[in-house]
Design a protein around this ligand. Sequence first.
Ligand code: PEP
Ligand code: MG
Length: 321
Amino acid sequence: QKAEWAKLVNEKTVSRDGYRVELAANIGSPDDVKGVLENGGEGIGLYRTEFLYMGRETLPTEDEQFEAYKTVLERMEGKPVVVRTLDIGGDKELPYLSLPKEMNPFLGFRAIRLCLDMKEMFRTQLRALLRASIYGNLKIMFPMIATIDEFRKAKAILNEEKERLKEKNISVSGQIEVGMMVEIPSSAVMADCFAKEVDFFSIGTNDLIQYTLAADRMNERVSYLYQPYNPAILRLVKMVIDAAHKEGKWVGMCGEMAGDEIAIPILLGLGLDEFSMSATSILPARSQISKLSKKELAVVAEQALTMSTADEVAGLIRSIL
Ligand code: PEP
Ligand code: MG
């Protein structure tokens, strides 16, 4: 198997019936890029920038961030790199911000909520990204968007920073796509409205599952409710993909589900455009997809959407694999 996978390192990802998708990787630091390229990643689908901010006493400066983003973009040599703006809070804390303890951190002051409040910190990150944009194919996405208003505010701040840099004659790429994570059920339900304003979506199933089934992703006792194949999740994913495609936008997925052997056939059938996963899952996924028919799976996926339980869905997929 290893030998078969190795042959696929420089190949594109194409289904048995000729349908092309993109397999990208999730990374946390510039050092991860090497592994992405060695494993045949066609891009970075999620650069979690939190790690730049963690394990230190103060905020990273604009220049420190600029160097990290530039390094990733250069090493990826023009392949797409989706950078997620700071997603702190929930399970990821920053002691030096001394934020008050919350009853429900996963439902609290985190990610884009925090960035829209701590604007200088947010603007610093956006400037670093904009300055780095000329070194590759940068796409920016905002985490934990719950309302259109939040997306508009975040994008307006990004555009302000872009204009300011241009006034100072600092070059910024003119091709930066701006998208959002879909990881809160409200944004999946409203995907048709969001789709008119974003350049792309990336579905964050780690959080989308936790919020849809109201089951803490870290809590063992409710882990039985953490069900990627629950038809409720599949229906939300379908809504997002259909809404995006109607507006001519692309959809990725960067939660764990995107690299899952049972989920991949369903996601291919539903028309997902980009799958972002840990680097080591890319070659197995490319091999799997090369043996699947997108046309046949579109029918299977429709059938899965009518089922009542996650177990039925998993049983259906196992029966065809
Ligand atoms: C997700 O929620 O699916 C996701 C990719 O983000 P994180 O795991 O960093 O919350
Ligand atoms: Mg998330």
